[in-house]
Design a binder for this molecule. Sequence first.
Ligand SMILES: Nc1ncnc2c1ncn2[C@@H]1O[C@H](COP(=O)(O)OP(=O)(O)OP(=O)(O)O)[C@@H](O)[C@H]1O
Ligand SMILES: [Mg+2]
Length: 246
Amino acid sequence: MSALRLANITKSFGAIHALTDVSLAIEPGEVVGLMGDNGAGKSTLVKVIAGNFAPTSGELFLSERRVEFHKPLDAQRAGIEVVYQDLAICNNLSAASNVFLGRELTRQIGPFQIIDYAGMRNRAAELFARLKSETRPRDLVKRMSGGQRQAVAIARTLLSDASIVLMDEPTAAISVRQVAEVLNLIRHLRDHGIAVVLISHRMPDVFEVADKIAVLRRGRLVASKKAADSSAEEVTGLITGAIEMA
Ligand SMILES: Nc1ncnc2c1ncn2[C@@H]1O[C@H](COP(=O)(O)OP(=O)(O)OP(=O)(O)O)[C@@H](O)[C@H]1O
Ligand SMILES: [Mg+2]
């Protein structure tokens, strides 16, 4: 049963057809590399899945159950997490506080409800250990590397029990070593049965982790195939239009 299935998704902004008739299935534990030129519709597709935009037409299914999201929280509650390029984390807080941002653990002491910092640190430490990340719960995010920040963002997705993680250009602005760390984190998510959609312009990153490659051109899906049956040359051709469809 597909973790996520898009059926004939179309999204227009006035006269602009950002997505036209996109149908795509993503299995549990599958990593899909979503590629396409600037303006091809990748971020729009992520935003439709994440509940930021309602599609103009078409349907979304989670485990073959039809869903309609009216806001991002609807998608989050259904098990969809998004890791944006800027990661939306707070620089002046610790790693643990960021992992629990908006869903802090609390403890009751007599009549008082207090924030359970020790509990959050312990749980965050478990998550970082599971991700094999060297991030420590007390570390301040502003002193962290890009890869460690990714670990924080991904620990949030583990905490929320997400079944689908959408990553829009997570490796665009970080160093080579940190990219390797992010790719490892993606493998961990996959090994936990989580479906991952990775948007990236970096062909080697995509081919390193993706099971499936999906290519958008001018809002249309021109390919959806096993990475093992494709190549960087073919994908480049599909992105530019030198190859019509595959
Ligand atoms: N909120 C919006 N209002 C109007 N047009 C939009 C909006 N969001 C996206 N578009 C248009 O939809 C098309 C697809 O944009 P989108 O951001 O999805 O592309 P992309 O594949 O993510 O590109 P990039 O690689 O540059 O991030 C573009 O023509 C863009 O200008
Ligand atoms: Mg984009």
